[in-house]
Design a protein around this ligand. Structure first.
Ligand code: GRF
Length: 212
């Protein structure tokens, strides 16, 4: 099986997938390309170290081609997403699954529709449980709610990507109990460890659903 991984930052979840492909955790599976929307994403370094081809897909270049107003920004994002789909669908071999691993750019139907029309699945890691803390800063919002005693646990999920942010069907979830007086850093560390296991399990389950 072939994976394309989208990253925006450190790439620790990409690293978990790289290691899983190298071990028997994801048999007969390889990451054929890594794409980032951020030039400085360390995930691009991790890919290069693993001899995986990378692409920096630069939104600023698209924004410069359009007026700096609302319509211009919307047009830039449409082109950006449509081109991202073209880049991925032009890869040979074509990916079976696109894994968003710490990817911080909302994917619109301009990306999702052409990808789905070619039968390519898109899954996403989100550090919260289904229906909770959608969007950025999920771990911090869960931590704050925990500190206020509003919730006793948060969690991590891998889900199918649909146009609504962090709202697609869950593929696998894992709860993470919250601890009184725990620092945000310590909670983040515990959550990232859970992410690294879940990103592999979620990818494995998604691949298992693909008829060879
Ligand atoms: C994840 O919680 C992800 O949702 C957020 O950063 C964390 C790990 O990203 N964007 P990475 O895989 O280490 O880049």
């Amino acid at each position: 099986f072939n994976l394309v991984v989208l990253v925006s930052g450190n790439g620790s979840n990409l690293q978990a997938l790289i290691d899983a492909c190298a071990s028997s955790a994801l048999p007969n599976t390889r990451i054929t390309h890594v794409i980032s929307n951020r030039k400085a994403a360390y995930g691009l370094e991790r890919a290069a170290k693993a001899s995986i081809p990378t692409t920096y897909h630069n939104l600023v270049a698209y924004k410069k081609k359009h007026p700096q107003d609302e319509q211009g920004t919307a047009a830039a994002r449409t082109e950006y997403d449509a081109d991202l789909a073209k880049i991925i669908l032009a890869l040979d071999p074509r990916p079976d699954v696109i894994v968003c691993a710490g990817w911080m750019h909302i994917l619109t139907p301009d990306f999702l529709n052409p990808i789905a029309s070619q039968g390519v699945r898109v899954i996403n890691l989100h550090p919260a449980l289904p229906g909770e803390f959608a969007g950025a800063g999920a771990i911090e919002r869960a931590w704050e709610a925990g500190q206020k005693g509003e919730i006793k646990r948060t969690g991590v999920m891998i889900h199918e990507v649909i146009a609504e942010v962090d709202a697609g069907d869950a593929i696998v979830t894992e709860e993470v109990p919250l601890r009184q007086e725990e620092s945000l850093d310590d909670l983040e560390e515990r959550i990232h460890k859970v992410e690294h296991g879940l990103i592999v399990e979620g990818t494995r389950r998604t691949l298992a659903k693909i008829k060879p």
